[in-house]
Design a protein around this ligand. Structure first.
Ligand code: NDP
Ligand code: GDR
Length: 350
């Protein structure tokens, strides 16, 4: 396909946000180069799902390989670089802190340095996160809130965040960080709690799965719809000056609330009882346990509450989240009930 427009280089293109961002950029007429580290058909499923697999130009590489990143940036001179690749599961970051840090911290530096050395005109987007705030001291959180990360993932992302700012200030790169609060979709990985709930409950509803085992039901998050958030990423790179922006809905819900919203979407009437690790949710229609607590899913250090103040993005980018967590639960449940019973929808063990 001949492209008259800009070229974007997207790391993490096989992930949830990568697929939606590729769709958005192609819609704007971009040539999209996507970094792919794997070689299985499985990792292309999301690009296929959004219908862009044939339009994204996949290039092989890894954030661990600085020569490869330098070569790709030098050869393609992209107008925009979106660094979405990461070991993005907070829970695994305690098991693999070195690999998490190498990808999320050093990988970001490798890419920033390739841009600085070989294509300094490229605009750069860094996938920063509300996990930077960790154990919060003020609520809601905005761009000025002090960082206090509470997991190896959060610490690794703090390095990437500060390095992006440092390259902006030191070398004049147009490098922006999006501090994005949790955003979900039917493309969300099966380990993350919202998708674990929607896929698990859809399997229960379809008669092919048992109860959904969860950790901390009291954790509260600001959950939005991923498809809307990639628009915010793109808008950040269309600004005359690079900057940092918080994206979120400005509304809170607990893990338990998300369970109840998903159950409602699937017309399962849940009766909650018990406390702590004895808490459970039963299907009123037959008394079967549909949600239970399993201490294996508690984290060594929990982030109890994250709530965005997205007013800067609203004022400066004209960006505003549209979908709240209940609507999100409905659209995820609908996608998972359609898929339930088909291969490849089993809920991960963690
Ligand atoms: P996913 O986990 O769905 O996608 C991560 C992507 O990174 C995958 O394409 C994965 O490839 C790729 N990747 C992992 N390690 C490497 C590596 N060493 N080299 C190259 N590619 C690699 O994440 P999301 O789409 O949900 O998130 C996108 C980004 O935004 C991440 O950086 C995440 O930390 C951050 N973020 C996400 C939020 C959310 O709520 N979704 C909120 C805030 C920030 P493969 O397919 O091979 O595994
Ligand atoms: P998070 O998302 O850690 O916020 O990181 P996740 O969905 O994993 O957890 C959210 C909250 O739910 C609690 N929880 C469980 N979590 C999982 N995964 N599995 C469970 O069984 C479970 N039970 C309760 C967690 O303890 C937590 O409090 C996501 C990722 O996308 C990051 O990459 C991103 O940076 C942040 O969102 C913003």
């Amino acid at each position: 396909m001949a492209h008259q427009g800009k070229t974007a280089f997207v790391t993490g293109v096989t992930g949830q946000d990568g697929a939606y961002l590729a769709e958005l950029l192609l819609g704007h007429g971009y040539r999209v180069l996507g970094l792919r580290r794997g070689n299985s058909a499985h990792d292309l499923a999301r690009l296929e799902w959004v219908g862009v697999l044939d339009d994204v130009e996949l290039v092989s590489g890894d954030l661990g390989d600085e020569n490869c990143l330098a070569r790709l940036i030098r050869d393609h001179q992209p107008d925009e670089v979106y660094n979405l690749a990461a070991q993005s599961f907070v829970g695994s970051s305690w098991d693999s802190p070195f690999a998490t840090s190498d990808t999320n911290a050093m990988g970001t530096l490798r890419l920033l340095d390739a841009v600085r050395s070989y294509s300094p005109h490229s605009k750069f987007y860094q996938a920063s996160t509300s996990e930077l705030f960790g154990e919060v001291r003020e609520t809601p959180q905005n761009e000025m809130t002090p960082l206090n990360p509470r997991s190896p993932y959060g610490v690794s992302k703090a390095f990437g965040h500060y390095m992006t700012r440092n390259y902006r200030e030191s070398f004049g790169l147009h490098a922006s960080s999006g501090i994005l609060f949790n955003h979900e979709s039917p493309l969300r990985g099966l380990s993350f709690v919202t998708r674990k709930i929607s896929a698990g409950l859809a399997q229960y509803k379809a008669g092919v799965g048992g109860p959904v085992s969860l950790g901390n039901l009291d954790a509260q998050r600001d959950w939005g719809y991923a498809k809307e958030y990639v628009e915010g990423m793109w808008l950040m790179l269309q600004q005359p000056e690079a900057d940092d922006y918080v994206l979120g809905t400005g509304r809170l819900a607990s893990v338990r609330d998300f369970c109840s919203a998903t159950a409602q979407a699937l017309e399962i009437d849940v009766d909650w009882s018990g406390e702590g690790i004895a808490e459970e949710g039963r299907d009123r229609s037959n008394g079967e346990v549909v949600f239970k607590v399993d201490p294996r899913f508690f984290r060594p250090a929990e982030v109890e509450l994250l709530l965005a103040d997205p007013s800067k993005a609203e004022q400066q980018l004209g960006w505003k989240a549209q979908t709240d967590y209940r609507e999100l639960a409905v659209l995820m449940a609908e996608a998972d009930i359609a898929a339930a019973g088909r291969a490849g929808t089993r809920v991960d063990s963690r």
